[in-house]
Design a protein around this ligand. Structure first.
Ligand code: PLP
Ligand code: CA
Length: 302
């Protein structure tokens, strides 16, 4: 069934989106910043939204940082955001283990960044691997056995700029030799803005490597899975029909919003072009689209 095509946000239709919405959920990369560069007009727009009584929440699939580290990043860009307004896929991975009563005596092997290890630690779990395994090399010689910790009960995979054969073997053994071992992916984004000018392979490539060797499919905790939404809703108690998800990616952000029953707004300041949005092969249509976040202020502001 064909979906209704997205409407361009304008002075005529913006009130019907804006007025009923109590909370705006913002994707980060491509919406708030690109890499470490703030997108024009974002800071003023967020201040203005707060002054209008709108709740703001930030949801990112990039698992390199923890919520604490993201709060610092926001502050360094001149935006005041509290840690508990941030929902990162690194946090979601730790919360998935928590709500599923993952035993504290079991360990978690991490293919990914510091952010995942920090979130695991805050949640009371023992993480192994991560950046410190980035330098490790394997020895492929007869009669030598690759050793791994048998108490690992979960492998978490996210973006890992130092992925190597050691980590792949470690994670693969944990999963293949223990059918009960959980295989968790922070997200499966194809690419991400590791730097402002270029896209780089995203966690999807690391996850795909582990799918190949384990012959298993992961549990995905980041967007578009609704897992993170459950935490959001516990904290904010707002009906999802009064939330608007603002994002730049159709298969993560817009689907995430739609899966939960939120209004959706696509911004063209990130990875999606108007051509992609309007391509007949694209079957994800947001409610509205506009060029960038500051259009909210431009169309409605003083
Ligand atoms: N994963 C990686 C590795 C990234 O670099 C990015 C964006 O920079 C993302 C995911 C997507 O992040 P977001 O959900 O904030 O757009
Ligand atoms: Ca994005």
């Amino acid at each position: 069934t064909a979906k209704r095509a997205a409407q361009l946000l304008s002075t005529q239709n913006i009130r019907s989106l804006f007025d009923p919405v109590e909370a705006f959920l913002f994707d980060c990369d491509g919406v708030i910043w690109k890499g470490d560069k703030l997108i024009d007009g974002v800071s003023e727009t967020l201040d203005w939204l707060r002054s209008k009584g709108k709740k703001l929440v930030f949801v990112t699939n990039n698992s390199l940082k923890s919520r604490i580290q993201y709060a610092k990043k926001f502050h360094s860009l001149g935006i005041s955001v509290a840690e508990d307004e941030i929902f990162s896929s690194s946090f979601a991975a730790a919360m998935y283990l928590k709500v599923n009563n993952f035993p504290q005596e079991k360990k978690v092997y991490v293919i990914g960044g510091e952010g995942i290890l920090e979130e695991l630690q805050i949640a009371g779990f023992t993480g192994l691997g991560g950046p410190e395994d980035g330098e490790k090399r394997v020895e492929l010689k007869p009669n030598s056995l690759f050793e791994h910790d048998k108490s690992v009960g979960a492998v978490v995979v996210g973006i890992d700029p130092c992925i190597n054969y050691y980590k792949l073997q470690y994670g693969t053994l944990c999963i293949r030799e223990n059918p009960g071992c959980l295989f968790i992916a922070t997200n499966r984004d194809a690419v991400g803005h590791m730097t402002d000018l270029q896209e780089w392979p995203g966690a999807g490539s690391m996850v795909a490597a582990m799918c190949g060797s384990t012959e298993r499919e992961p549990i995905v905790v980041g967007k578009p899975s609704t897992f993170m939404m459950d935490f959001l809703l516990e904290k904010f108690h707002i009906n999802t029909s009064k939330m608007c998800m603002v994002g730049d990616r159709l298969d993560t952000d817009i689907l995430f919003g739609q899966n939960a029953g939120c209004k959706t707004l696509l911004v063209l300041s990130g990875v999606t072009t108007q051509t992609t949005l309007q391509d007949p092969s694209n079957n994800v249509q947001p409610d509205y689209y506009t060029s960038q976040v500051s259009d909210l202020l431009r169309l409605l502001g003083p």
